[in-house]
Write a protein of this length. Sequence first.
Length: 371
Amino acid sequence: MKEIRLCCPCHFGLESVLKFELGRIGAENITVSDGKISFSGNEDMIARANYRLASAERVLIELGTFRAETFEQLFQGVRAAELERFIGRHDAFPVKGHCLDSKLHSVPDCQRIIKKAAVERLKSRYGISWFEETGAVHQLQFVLRKDICSLYLDTSGAGLHKRGYRQNSNDAPIKETLAAGIIDLARVRADTLVADPMCGSGTFLIEAAYKAMNIAPGLRRHFAAESWEQLDRAIWKREKEQALDEVRRDCGFKGYGFDIDPEAVMLSTDNAKKAGVISRIEVTRRGIAQFERIKGATVIVNPPYGERMLEIREAEELYREMGERLCPSKEEPCFIISPHEEFEKFFGRKADKKRKLYNGMIKCELFMYFK
């Protein structure tokens, strides 16, 4: 099969992390824009990216980009896309997407036009007038922004943050893909010790173990494109076996989690078992007031921040306590994500470096202490 143009959305602020990941797995012609990265590859790259990328939200095939100020332009742009390359006569091809700052702003109307155009394109290629759509799902996605429509085909299915180990979580979990990006920024390596004094559901610890042990994050799940007849299924088997062969089982990584909530301790332990890394992770019930620094450990934490005034004040008091207990240094660096604009004031120290990130829709900063 000839070269395929692919696209991976990511959290704003993690573009450089994802670009490095893509280069490491052999992606070519990489183009970076806000919140997404486009690149080229073959069929193997579709499977490899789904299995191995830790900070990407999903892997999309780029079908076309065109101006669409009218429904006619939208129809013709979709109709010109080479849909039959990936969508068979029996396949299902639902449509979803969103519009932003465009003359065409009704998502349902755009979905209807795109579906109609897709049907017309496939009718002309397959010589049939009715599509039962009983086969594998080929999710069409569109992004209409500033009158430019980008049309994609989703190969992942469920978002790549769904690794398969976290069926349950606490009230304020951090997304696995964002956690993986922070782990990368914290420079976790094969022999790194990691401590999370408020581990919640254990996401930082598990993602750190995956990074240190070179465990592909998608190994414990399936992807939509695995069932597509247009792609050689042997590729998925081959890529999975290759990823398994590259796991570093002899690394020196160790993760230490602490939480004042006994349910969080059980949850983190359970998730680590599901992730297959429980032998590398130790979780203990302990509040921040009892936290003791672990020699040589990198601290990575997502502390609570609260939404109501009382909760915010409690969070600020917690930040003060964190500053007293964590005491970051060059040997024991600390990485803290928080949306509080005055976090450094309460923590008692200016960060050595900061990076803007989004935790869902919440604008945050990653405060990095490493000097």
